[in-house]
Design a protein around this ligand. Structure first.
Ligand SMILES: [Zn+2]
Ligand SMILES: [Zn+2]
Length: 795
């Protein structure tokens, strides 16, 4: 016997609870030791994460986005523990409209009324502030990315790559200029792509206007939500199958107020049940009008100018904003007795994703990148990429099915990558520079002397910028040093994984596939990992107007990064939306306290490796079998990069089995109440379980696991260890788990119900009780008897 005096057993560390304040010290240690370095020399085993460059658009950073980055970090940490050479770059996306709007609001200025250079400077300062804060949050969350070399999409290096890739496509004939009806946001004053449009039900009026049918004296009622476009009407259409109006087809009507004749035609797109079943076709009420104009060969009337103001063609309604023109003409039509009725309806309306303004369709001259002829190949790639979760592949496939026009890429904005073109003043030919440098044609002289066509020497620089997706769609190329270190690029591209949010599948995911395939003939990554949205406690979307936005920084400060990360993993099942609440984060913190207490207790006993042991005791074999199940369960989640599975499995095992049952069962043995073999067996098993729990939890909670690991097991970081292997021995013992737990509960309840003669209170857990161990648990008799201080022998 080697009974150890309990008082001699001291935990290896004094702190009685996990203190998140040490997280920042640990972070600095990691940073100083460079433990997350990607090795350029050994690209064989590379695992490149095409991490999303966050956009610093304002405060606070969305808690859902912070949770998203925490999970991307779990992917990186897991991959390292799977012995990959992980490249985890971090970029900041700085191009585009949001910062322009933010700067205009902040300084109460208008971009177009300012000197461009000065405006860009103000944007840059705003971005720097927001970026500093964002990086501070990321570091405080324990993100193990390469912050030393973080990149910005507005740097000369990044923009020159965007421009170079454009020049490449231009030279290959994949870019063209076209004047065609395009989506236009009157507030942002720029063209936008279909991918940047959202649809929402907006209240509007459906106006039934009387039109005279020529030569019959009859009136027909035309139902429209866009009466202000009456002057741009070029036809009246009915459904060819609508028998009510079969007679009308081919006849002419007279436009009220404008007294112009247009023909009545038929088109299958007319819904007989909408309004009166007779609609007008104007240039352009909506996307459908664009198709009908083309199909029926109608002549376009330009209704709105670039500022969303009605043109001279509107006659008395010229020079008005759309809403003003609408109110005025409805009034005039009513006064003239030309309105049959007005219905208030909810109308599905295309809105600008950024400013939420209704989109107008205006003929504009824009640059387009060819995408339609790539769709079949992109569909093949879409089927080859492994999606996590699989269900989100469908969002991409649906989008691929709906792409109907090429990609308009020119924007009438300032804070973006400039389109690198100079136009010859003599012959207007666009002249492009050689790729490889960053060009600003709106302020710089061209890097060539003469027009390639007419040899003239006077040029005007293009002043438009690219759609920002032109920049962010080449992140897999930029991070793998495409065109900069071609040898490295060839060895690590295509990359391994694109983690991103669900709402940018049709933009970021799609455009990256398109652009990378156009440039490299390869798919950009093998896997796409798609995360859902963070929603509020009641399941509603968070927004500033609802007042339900949660700022992640104070939460991380209060509970620590690990509690935040554990909450994120245990709350967000792969690809599903997840609820954000401080209460749930606080409960994640409780689990970490539990883990700390368990580890502190186990740290009292010297680490014994179980390889030096002979036979393990039966209870120890049993928990090792359960531990193996835990490892396998965690690996299922790891395989899918779904941290929901391991987080919940680890919590369940640690709190509800290991701590509540197993540790209590072996406390007698670890203090030496039996023999030395039994004691060593228990101690080594405690350490086996704890070290395994720490290793499995390390990608999710990097700080607490590091702290405990380095205090108990090794001075070498836990993040340089490997994912533990499960073992298949003793599996049959798990059949006793339910019975053990049930028996323990029976004993505890019995003690609670029994009043002690001495104290007059319930029996304490240490006091003895007269209970029989069921025959099935005979194997565990010894531990159970000591654990519960049972009087009787088993049957
Ligand atoms: Zn807009
Ligand atoms: Zn020329």
């Amino acid at each position: 016997m080697c009974a150890i005096n309990k008082e001699q057993m001291e935990p290896k560390f004094a702190d009685k609870s996990w203190n998140p304040a040490v997280e920042q010290t640990i972070w600095k240690k990691w940073e100083n030791n460079n433990i997350y370095q990607f090795s350029i020399i050994e690209p064989k085993n590379a695992f490149v994460i095409d991490s999303p460059p966050p956009y610093p658009s304002g405060r606070p950073w969305h808690i859902g986005a912070a949770a998203h980055y925490a999970q991307i970090d779990m992917i990186a940490r897991l991959a390292r523990m799977m012995e990959y050479n992980v490249m985890f770059p971090i970029g900041i996306d700085r191009n585009g409209l949001p910062v322009e709007i933010y700067t205009e609001k902040r300084h109460k200025i208008r971009m177009r009324l300012m000197d461009r250079e000065k405006f860009l400077d103000l944007c840059r300062v705003a971005l720097d502030d927001l970026e500093t804060e964002m990086i501070r949050i990321m570091k405080s969350m324990g993100i193990s990315a390469n912050f030393k070399e973080y990149y910005r999409t507005d740097s000369g290096e990044f923009r020159s790559l965007t421009q170079s890739t454009f020049i490449d496509l231009w030279n290959r004939g994949l870019v063209y200029l076209a004047n065609r009806p395009n989506n236009y946001c009157p507030d942002c004053e720029t063209t936008i792509a279909d991918a940047e449009i959202i649809y929402d039900d907006v209240p509007t009026q459906l106006v039934y206007i009387h039109f005279k049918v020529k030569g019959t004296g009859d009136n027909i009622a035309v139902a429209t939500t866009r009466p202000e476009l009456l002057f741009a009407c070029q036809s009246i259409i009915v459904n060819p199958k609508d028998e009510r109006y079969a007679e009308l087809q081919g006849k002419y009507v007279v436009l009220p107020i404008f007294n112009r004749e247009v023909k009545i035609l038929s088109h299958h797109s007319v819904k007989p049940e909408f309004g009166s079943g007779i609609v007008m076709v104007c240039s352009y009420g909506d996307k459908n009008d664009v198709n009908i104009f083309r199909e029926l060969g109608l002549k376009e009337i330009v209704a709105l100018n670039k500022n969303g103001i009605t043109t001279a063609a509107a006659g008395p309604y010229a020079n008005l904003r759309v809403n003003q023109a609408r109110t005025t003409i409805i009034e005039d039509l009513k006064n003239a007795g030309l309105v049959e009725k007005v219905e208030n309806i909810m109308h599905r309306t295309p809105l600008c994703e950024r400013s939420k303004t209704p989109i107008e369709i205006i003929p504009l001259q824009d640059y387009y990148i060819k995408q339609l002829n790539y769709i079949p190949r992109l569909r093949e790639i879409a089927m080859k990429i492994k999606f996590h979760p699989e269900m989100h592949r469908q969002i991409l496939l649906n989008w691929l099915d709906s792409v109907a026009i090429d990609w308009p890429i020119s924007r009438r904005r300032f804070y973006g990558t400039e389109i690198p073109i100079w136009y010859c003043n003599n012959c207007q030919t666009p002249n492009l520079p050689d790729p490889g440098k960053y060009y600003r044609p709106w302020k710089e002289k061209p890097p060539f002397e003469k027009c390639k066509k007419c040899f003239s020497t006077e040029f005007t620089g293009e002043d438009r910028t690219f759609d920002t997706w032109m920049d962010s769609s080449i992140t897999p190329l930029f991070i793998t040093k495409y065109k900069k270190d071609q040898k490295l690029h060839n060895s690590i591209y295509p990359t391994e994984i694109r983690p991103q949010a669900k709402d940018i599948i049709r933009t970021w995911l799609y455009y990256t596939m398109l652009r990378c395939f156009q440039l490299t003939d390869k798919q950009p990554w093998s896997d796409a990992w798609i995360m859902g949205y963070g929603i509020d406690e009641k399941g509603e979307k968070m927004s500033k107007s609802k007042g339900n936005v949660i700022d992640p920084y104070p939460i991380i400060h209060r509970y620590g990064a690990d509690a935040f990360r554990f909450w994120s993993a245990s709350e967000a099942n792969l690809g599903q939306d997840f609820r954000c609440s401080e209460h749930r984060i606080a409960s994640a913190q409780k689990f970490l306290s539990k883990l700390w207490n368990v580890a502190r207790f186990i740290s009292s006993f010297d680490v014994i490796s179980n390889t030096s042991l002979g036979q393990l005791a039966i209870s120890d074999k049993w928990i090792i079998a359960e531990l193996s199940n835990l490892i396998e369960e965690c690996k299922k989640g790891f395989h899918e990069f779904n941290f929901f599975i391991p987080a919940n499995a680890i919590r369940e095992f640690t709190s509800n089995l290991f701590a509540s049952h197993y540790i209590e069962m072996v406390k007698g043995r670890v203090y030496g109440t039996t023999d030395e073999i039994g004691q060593k067996s228990a101690v080594s098993t405690l350490h086996k379980c704890l070290s395994t729990i720490l290793l499995l939890l390390a990608p999710i909670c990097p700080f607490i696991t590091e702290e405990l690991w380095t205090k108990i097991y090794s001075s070498k970081s836990i993040h340089l260890q490997h994912v533990p292997q499960s073992q298949t021995n003793y599996k049959e013992l798990t059949k006793y788990t339910r019975q053990i737990m049930d028996f323990n509960s029976i004993v505890w309840n019995k003690k609670k119900e029994t009043i002690s003669k001495g104290t007059g209170k319930s029996l304490s857990l240490k006091e003895s009780i007269d209970l029989t161990i069921p025959l099935d648990l005979e194997l565990f008799k010894e531990d159970l008897q000591i654990m519960h201080n049972l009087k009787s022998e088993s049957r």
